[in-house]
Design a protein around this ligand. Structure first.
Ligand code: SAH
Length: 363
């Protein structure tokens, strides 16, 4: 990897950029100017930024840069999903996925190289963990995807309408860089995606949920996968540290006083493990008093997986039990599985650190 001492402007949100210009003896409005070039006009060459004087452009080029990770490959699935393999450094690549639907286009971005959370049904977990992505590497995925999809709009409509932090990694274990990336995604001077269209998915890092609520406006998806601690301890080992009752308390706090907010719960249906009528009934009881939507996710297999997908009948039965209890539940359609771009199949290339390949002791 080429290293550089220059400040990467992709690591800065509006406030950072304003401070950066002030520290150079320049006026703070330069921050808005440069953000418009980068995020609206998609220009990352200082010399093209015609409303910035030649002198300032030279000054900028001396101490800063606009450096993005590199797209190694792009695959397009039969159902129109795109998956990019993005090189972060010599030994690590991450994956980013675009999922087009009739009324929206969702970009699923990664927040870490690999993942330390070690959920037993997830391909990323089997890769181990290397490090957190920088803001530039997170926001760079949105920039590169936009670029490769041919720009922001098509026929007057936005191409990427929604962003989900549901790719590789646990976003709340990379708190500062993720919060800054969300700010750039939502800022009108950045990608300008409305608050409700940006969703962060977490396995349930409880203290970070309390912090997040007070500093960011992002919709929350929580990977629950089990209604009991004993089972969730096995599926999502983070549960041993933050059990279901604490997670629910934090989620209630997250939506309190925010009328439009509800929690999206993710529940991967694993054959014979968490998919019985009893599980569904317990789940309904657990979520009775919290504004919820439940996404039932068919398990997506990967080579080392020790689980099987529940049958369509079992999935329907599970959903019906939830609906009978008055909950909103949908079965998520599997997209992009022919290019291993579906939920939990993202693997990239991860040079795991620490003892063995798995490093769940990180949290
Ligand atoms: N760490 C975050 C975000 C990444 S995982 C989290 O846990 O939420 C994104 C979603 O994909 C999670 O709900 C996760 O549980 C789900 N997922 C992981 N592996 C899967 C698999 N093999 N099949 C289906 N969904 C899976």
């Amino acid at each position: 990897m080429l290293t550089s001492n220059k400040l990467n402007i992709f690591n800065m949100d509006l406030r950072d950029l304003e401070n950066f210009f002030i520290s150079m003896g320049e006026r703070s409005f330069r921050a808005a100017q440069i953000m418009k070039w980068i995020y609206h006009k998609h220009v990352i060459d200082f010399d093209t930024m015609s409303n910035i004087s030649k002198l300032l452009r030279e000054k900028l080029a001396k101490c800063s840069e606009l450096r993005l990770p590199e797209v190694v490959s792009e695959l397009v699935s039969k159902d129109g999903c795109h998956k990019w393999l993005i090189r972060i450094d010599n030994s690590n690549c991450i994956e980013t996925v675009f999922i087009p639907e009739i009324d929206r286009g969702t970009l699923c971005i990664s927040s870490q190289i690999g993942c330390p959370v070690d959920c037993s049904f997830c391909a990323t977990a089997h890769q181990g963990f290397n490090r957190n992505l920088t803001t530039a590497e997170i926001i760079g995925q949105v920039w590169l995807a936009t670029n490769s999809l041919g720009g922001y709009t098509h026929g007057g409509n936005r191409i990427i309408t929604n962003i989900v932090l549901m790719g590789m990694g646990e976003p709340l274990l990379n708190f500062c860089n993720v919060v800054k990336s969300i700010a750039l995604i939502q800022d009108d001077l950045g990608f300008g995606i409305s608050k409700r269209r940006v969703t962060l998915s977490t396995a349930g890092v409880v203290p970070a949920l309390y912090r997040l609520r007070d500093i960011s406006e992002v919709s929350l998806a929580v990977s629950l996968h089990a209604p009991y601690d004993k089972l969730r301890d096995e599926l999502v080992p983070l549960n041993r540290k933050y059990p279901i009752s604490e997670l629910l308390k934090a989620c209630n706090y997250y939506i309190a006083g925010k009328p439009y907010r509800r929690i999206t719960w993710e529940y991967v249906l694993l054959d014979g493990i968490n998919d019985s009528v009893q599980h569904a009934t317990a789940l309904a009881a657990l979520l009775k008093y919290i504004p919820s939507k439940i996404n039932l996710i068919p398990f997506n297999p990967f080579p080392e997986a020790r689980y099987r997908r529940s049958s369509p009948e079992t999935m329907t039965r599970f959903r019906d039990v939830l609906m009978k209890h008055g909950l909103t539940a949908i079965t998520r359609r599997t997209r992009g599985d022919d290019i291993a771009a579906a939920c939990g199949q993202l693997a990239g290339e991860v040079q795991a650190r620490g003892r063995g390949r798995r490093t769940s002791q990180v949290f």
